[in-house]
Structure formats: C-alpha cells, structure tokens
Design a protein around this ligand. Structure first.
Ligand SMILES: *Cc1c(COP(=O)(O)O)cnc(C)c1O
Length: 455
C-alpha cells in the first residue's frame, strides 16, 4: 500500500512524461512512476516539476485552508538561508535553538503563564504533533496519579482529526460530545457529565474548525472546579488553540481562556496558521514543570551541557522556527493585532454581505476566529454542495460539508479569512456569488447541478 496517498492509483494514460520539444534537443523518455535510470540537467528537471504544479489551485483563492500561503520577501530570504538547519542539532545550531526558546517564552507570556521562565514548551511540526505531546503529558500525569483503568479523554465531536488520531494511536478512549440543536461545540455540562476517574483531561477548542466558534473554556474550567469540589476528581484542561491562540490574545484580550485559568495545563497553536509562517511549525506550552512529567523528556547532550527535548520527530527543519521568530520581531504585538483584526473585519463584512443575498443563513459571523459557516436557508432548489461547485467554476475554493452527530442533517459552506484575503477579494467573491445565484435558482432541485463537474 502506498501510504503517501492510500487511495491513489497511478494516473490513467501514458506512463511517461510528455516533453515540450523546446526543452530538449533529442526526444527523451522519462517514466512517471519509476525512478528514471539516468538523471536530467537541473534546468530541465526544474521546468518539468514546475509545469506539473501548474494545475494546483491558486492559494489566494483557497478559502478552505487555515494555513499560511504567503510570507513577505524578507521572510522568504531568511527561510532560504535556513533550509539546511536541522532543529534537533542543537550542537551545530545553538542560535536556532535559542530562537526557539525565545519563541516559547514569548508565547508563554502571551498566554499568561504564571512564570514565563518556568513554562516548558517546544516547537513541533504543527498542531497535530503538539496535540500528541500535550495528550501524552495528560496521560502520563494520570498514570502517575495512580490511574490504571482504560484512560479516556473528553471533547466535543467537533475536534480536529488529530485528537481522534491521538486517542487511536495511544489507546485512549475518545469521549465525544455530540452536537445538539444549535450547539455546535462542547458545553460545560456535557463535558462534566462524561468525566470519571479515568479521564486524563478535557480538550477545549479555541476555536472550532467547523464554524470558527470559540468553546467556552472559562465555563468548562468552572464546571470542572465544581466537579472537583463535589467528587474530588481533578481533571486538567488542554486548550487546542491551533488557530485561536494566535487570535484571542490580540483581538479579545479580556477573554479568559489561557493560563489565567488555573485548570489549563497546556496550550498548542499552529505557527503556520495565524502565526503567519509557512507550513510546518506548531507550538505547545505547559503551565509549569508539574504539567509536563519529567519522564517524558529526553536529554540530548548539548555542548557539554544537556538539552531537554520532547518530540515525536528527531530531525526537523529549523527554517520555520526561525521565521516564526522573525514574525514576532517584525510584527510585535501591535502588528499581529492589526493583521488579525483586519482578517476579522473582512470576515464579518463578508458574512454580512452573504447574509444579505437572501438564500443563505449564517451559523457564525466570523467574529471569533475570522472563519464563518453558513447554510442554504429554507426551500431552495440548490444545496451548499451546488454552491461550492458553482464557486469552483470561478476559481474559488469554498468547501461544503455535513456536520457530525447529532446534526448530520445540516450541511454548510465555510470560509476561512487569512492574511492576504482583502476586502477587494471579498467583494469579488460576493459579486461572483450574486452572478451565480440565478443559475442556481433555476435548477430543478438540489444536486441537479447546473455546475456539476464536467457539465
Ligand atoms: C488545524 C488544526 C489542528 C491540526 O493542526 P496542524 O497544524 O494542521 O497539524 C488541530 N486542531 C485544530 C483546532 C485545528 O484547527
């Protein structure tokens, strides 16, 4: 099984690349799916790979992804200078290691750790790895406290897939709270109801990938405080701030979701989402040394001293960590605040304009994460899937998907506003949507796609 893409068969058609006659003086036969017997000159190899990628989408029109698709030229330059740096090689690259440590301290401060100098943390390849590490720390803490049953973790069914992976890979039961009515994420009551002596932790998401809403972290913590008073169970909370931990500190400084809440043991974020760095960098920070069991930490010998590491990977690129530090210096608190606030302004303006078109109903407005979900309201002859297909004809990537239990009856479109998606682009999107509506309205019924693939 080809794990890189288990469902991918070789493309139908010829098994060789077609070569533009301008590229070579003699005809060449270059296989697509086998390692070629002999190599090519770099210019030709470059041109062939470059041409292959021409059909990938235009990232600026991709309103599906949370991940950074543009950095400024000075960041590109720094990144190129650091492509060779291996994050694990602290001996060879002590300054890269120092910049990583500074980023951790900046994040610990931003998230109000009680003692910034004593909050352990590290970079990762993304939030997924960060969540694995945070989950492992929770599991080990529970074991140290004498837990012996089958461990479980409580979370909303709207969690990102990395938490289902965590549960599967590390033998933890995922206790998923379903959606109900207009509740599309975890509530304090439902979270507490599923906790018992084998609960290693509760995951609260800031914010949900389904609709961009923040889960009520403070209220979840308060309900767990009350549970502890009642039963003695002391259950820590991990905040999955993949997106929101780089939004809320700047745009919602009064919101209490971070280490100001004593029950919050750890927080992760994706440096490559609203941290504004190219993929793959993530971060995880623990409240204090007690939140990260010492026996999970490996000591690598580092210039005669010793350097603690906690990671799933060994070798890993250092350039994203360096450009994360660059962004922190370059933008500062105020720069991040302006970038994130302008994303939020675009999101709320765009959601308002979409609501005014008539046939759509907003689930969220983009006033928390700059992300909103909307559905087709009432009895229309088209579905969200038809809208997604229609927008694709204009180059826009706006995903449509069905919600999980118990709202599988609900299907939505979701728009993620990232830095670089300007008000001008938002206006162009609304104009396209307006222009497509008469055709959509002219359909016989939902799914009778006027814009179906290939139609
Ligand atoms: C994106 C996301 C993740 C996974 O993050 P990666 O950085 O893509 O690994 C986890 N949780 C939430 C809430 C997310 O939005």
């Amino acid at each position: 099984m080809a794990l890189a893409h288990p469902s991918r068969q070789p493309e139908p058609g010829r098994a060789e690349l077609s070569i533009n006659p301008l590229y070579t003086r003699v005809p060449m036969h270059i296989p697509k799916n086998e390692l070629p017997a002999r190599g090519l000159d770099p210019d030709l190899a470059y041109q062939l790979v470059h041409d292959e990628l021409m059909l990938d989408g235009n990232a600026r029109l991709n309103l599906a992804t949370f991940v950074t698709t543009w950095m400024e030229p000075t960041a590109d330059k720094l990144m190129a200078e650091c492509f060779d740096k291996n994050m694990i090689d602290k001996d060879e690259y002590p300054r890269t290691a120092e910049l990583e440590a500074r980023c951790v301290r900046m994040l610990a401060g931003l998230w109000n750790a009680p003692s910034v100098a004593e909050a352990p943390g590290c970079s990762t390849t993304g939030s997924s790895e960060a969540c694995m590490l945070a989950g492992l720390a929770l599991k080990r803490r529970w074991q140290h406290k004498g837990g012996t049953g089958k461990p479980n973790m409580v979370m909303g069914i709207n969690v990102q897939i990395c938490w289902e992976k965590f549960a599967n890979y590390w033998d933890v039961e995922a206790r998923l709270v379903p959606m109900e009515g207009d509740r599309f994420h975890l509530s304090p009551e439902e979270a507490v109801a599923l906790c018992d002596e084998n609960t290693i932790g509760v995951v609260a998401i800031l914010g949900s990938t389904f609709d961009g809403s923040y889960e009520p972290v403070e209220q979840i913590c308060a309900a767990l405080d009350e549970l502890q008073q009642r039963t003695g169970l002391d259950i820590p909370v991990h905040v999955d701030g993949a997106s929101g931990a780089m939004i809320a500190p700047f745009c919602d400084p009064g919101l209490r979701w971070d280490f100001r809440l004593a029950r919050v043991a750890s927080i992760n974020t994706s440096g490559h989402k609203y941290g504004l760095v190219y993929p793959g960098v993530g971060w995880v920070v623990w409240r204090d040394a007690a939140a990260l069991p010492e026996d999970l930490v490996f000591r690598v010998n580092y210039l005669g001293g010793d350097m603690p590491t906690f990671a799933l990977n060994f070798s890993r690129p250092g350039s994203q960590v360096v450009t994360q530090y660059y962004n922190f210096l370059r933008l500062g608190f105020d720069g991040y605040r302006r970038v994130q606030q302008s994303c939020r302004d675009v999101a709320t303006t765009l959601s308002g304009q979409i609501a005014e078109l008539g046939p759509f109903q907003l689930l969220t407005k983009g006033a928390q994460l700059p992300v909103f979900a909307f559905t087709v309201a009432g009895d229309q002859p088209f579905s969200v899937f038809d809208v997604s297909t229609a927008l694709r004809t204009q180059g826009w990537l706006v995903p449509a998907y069905t919600f999980p239990a118990n709202r599988t009856d609900l299907a939505v479109l979701r728009i993620v506003v990232r830095n670089g998606f300007s008000l001008d682009l938002a206006e162009a999107l609304v104009a396209d949507l307006k222009r497509l509506l008469p055709t959509l309205r002219g359909q016989q019924r939902p799914g009778a796609a006027s814009f179906a693939h290939g139609a």
